[in-house]
Design a protein around this ligand. Structure first.
Ligand code: HEC
Ligand code: HEC
Length: 240
């Protein structure tokens, strides 16, 4: 090597080092500068939410209305039209979907449809809850669906303690009345129920609707008074 070749190589190495140090410094000061706003707990939770979330709602499992399901789950995409989902209340976006018919929409909501995950990703929702949410969203965009009533009764259908009452009891009231938790009159306990019903069924319903000590108002049930009454009738009829 000639001295001039050595000098060229040395200059090359120095230039390389300067550039490398400059780039490293830049990376360290700005490249990894995390925006505090973006990484707050709430912001991270909100971004993680649509996947596999469970439903946060006061209503007990199986008893959520269409609106409650929508607000807890579906809104995360349908609220803004995320990922090509038909936006809530957008009649144009929903028109063609509504004309597929309620049953098809329910099938798609239950099993998933393209970017729409099965049950909106909330696998703890019951089929009836999905139906209610589909009816709720469809109707908000001009559909004329009947939202299945909480407790399983279609609107206008006769409410039967042995059908609707039983269903409500088994999915809700049983958690306390099944074993007599916290002083609840136990299912099948004739003496306990006879003491309660002495004043008449209207009075019992009134008390249970308002709540009493450890008995929450309506036992936590969110459906109609008629359905709630059918659950009381179911318990009382099987306790005499
Ligand atoms: C992760 C986002 C996401 C969530 C959460 C979500 N959806 Fe969807 N949904 C979509 C997308 C995207 C489409 C459009 C799919 C397509 O047409 O390709 C869609 C379409 C639908 C459709 C129309 C199906 C059809 O046949 O046209 C219904 C009904 C529906 N969703 C119901 C629900 C219900 C009920 C919930 C809540 C339980 C829910 N979705 C939650 C993304 C979501
Ligand atoms: C969290 C527990 C809990 C749940 C869930 C619950 N109950 Fe109760 N219930 C109680 C307790 C405790 C009492 C007794 C309250 C007392 O006398 O101090 C009671 C009392 C009652 C009574 C008697 C009221 C009276 O006149 O004395 C009725 C009727 C009743 N419940 C109906 C229901 C129905 C229907 C459901 C389901 C929709 C339900 N409960 C769900 C705890 C519960």
């Amino acid at each position: 090597m000639t001295p001039s070749q050595i000098i060229k190589i040395l200059v090359g190495v120095v230039v390389f080092l300067v550039v490398a140090i400059y780039l490293l410094a830049k990376l360290a000061t700005s490249g990894f500068n995390v925006d505090a706003e973006v990484m707050t707990k709430e912001a991270v939770a909100a971004r993680l939410k649509p996947v596999g979330q469970s439903v946060a709602s006061d209503a007990p499992p199986g008893m959520r209305s269409g609106e409650q399901v929508y607000t807890a789950v579906c809104i995360s995409c349908h609220g803004t039209g995320l990922a090509g989902s038909p936006k809530f209340g957008d009649a144009a976006a929903w028109g063609a979907r509504i004309s597929k018919g309620f049953d098809t929409l329910v099938t798609h909501a239950l099993g998933g449809f393209n970017a729409m995950p099965a049950k909106g990703g909330a696998t703890d929702l019951t089929d009836d809850e999905i139906k209610r949410a589909v009816a709720y969203m469809g109707n908000a965009a001009g559909g004329k669906f009947t939202e299945p009533a909480v407790g399983g009764a279609a609107a206008g259908a006769k409410i039967d303690p042995e059908v609707n009452g039983k269903k409500i009891y088994e999915s809700l009231c049983v958690s306390c009345h099944g074993a007599g938790v916290a002083g609840a009159p136990k299912f099948g306990d004739k003496a306990a129920w006879a003491a309660r019903t002495k004043a008449g069924m209207e009075e019992v319903q009134k008390i249970a609707t308002k709540g009493l000590n450890a008995m929450p108002p309506k036992g936590g049930f969110t459906g109609s008074d008629e359905e709630f009454r059918s659950a009381i009738d179911y318990m009382v009829n099987h306790s005499k």
